[in-house]
Unconditional design. Structure first.
Length: 230
């Protein structure tokens, strides 16, 4: 009964009809599927993360699940936005002093002696079959947050988007940072629980708990495909 009263009060206060169910939230007309950082440096053997010595197997398994979700989104008219990083550049246009100091403490050469997601490099290219096609939108970022210094918010609002479905890597870094940023910009946040991956399982699970408590919902890819299959 308490939830029903809370929901009734929320609906009275809302400026537009509330999107309550998963189906309402991910209605294709107002939903964007956002694919974060599916690049060789973060997912491929020989990329920066694997050279760091971290376990990329979860990212690679997740990458096998994403094409089906992308196909479903394309078939149902969901907006697709691919976000990729560019970090290393000639003359260091992007990496700040705090960023470099953090890299020295926590990376094994990444961002300092090992270039990361350099433009027009194999390392910065899309991983495997997870890549945009005609009709998909590409946003380039230089920070964890895909809204910071990019046109992502403009793209979403220009298309009338109310909900972002978050996928990609790394769950607890760029995906979570962008999801938080989306929520404070008043988007509904849906994070695909098995459509994201981290290099430590507990990091992934902690982010999912945090998203559910404060920022959005975390359905499976199967649940999203079922909602779009309607």
């Amino acid at each position: 009964m308490s939830r029903e009263l809370d929901l009734a009060a929320a609906r009275r206060l809302a400026h537009r009809p509330l999107l309550v169910t998963l189906g309402e939230k991910v209605e294709p007309a107002h939903t964007a599927l956002v694919v974060i950082d599916m690049q060789n440096d973060f997912c491929a053997s020989g990329g920066m993360v694997s050279r760091d010595g971290r376990d990329i197997s979860e990212a690679q398994r997740m990458a096998e699940r994403l094409p089906g979700l992308l196909d479903c989104a394309r078939a149902t008219g969901v907006l697709r936005v691919f976000v990729r990083c560019e970090y290393t550049s000639e003359g260091n246009a992007y990496l700040s002093d705090p960023w470099l100091e953090q890299a020295v403490r926590e990376r094994k050469g990444g961002f300092t002696t090992i270039p990361v997601c350099e433009k027009d490099s194999w390392a910065g290219d899309w991983y495997g079959g997870i890549r945009p096609i005609e009709g998909d939108i590409v946003v380039v970022k230089n920070r964890y947050d895909a809204f910071q210094g990019t046109n992502l918010d403009l793209v979403l609002r220009s298309h009338g988007i109310r909900t972002v479905v978050m996928t990609g890597v790394v769950t607890n870094v760029c995906v979570e940072t962008t999801a938080r940023s989306a929520f404070v910009r008043d988007y509904y946040v849906v994070m695909a629980e098995d459509g994201c991956a981290a290099y430590v399982r507990e990091d992934h699970e902690q982010t999912m708990r945090n998203i559910r408590r404060f920022f959005g919902v975390t359905p499976s890819i199967a649940e999203l495909r079922a909602a779009w299959g309607r």
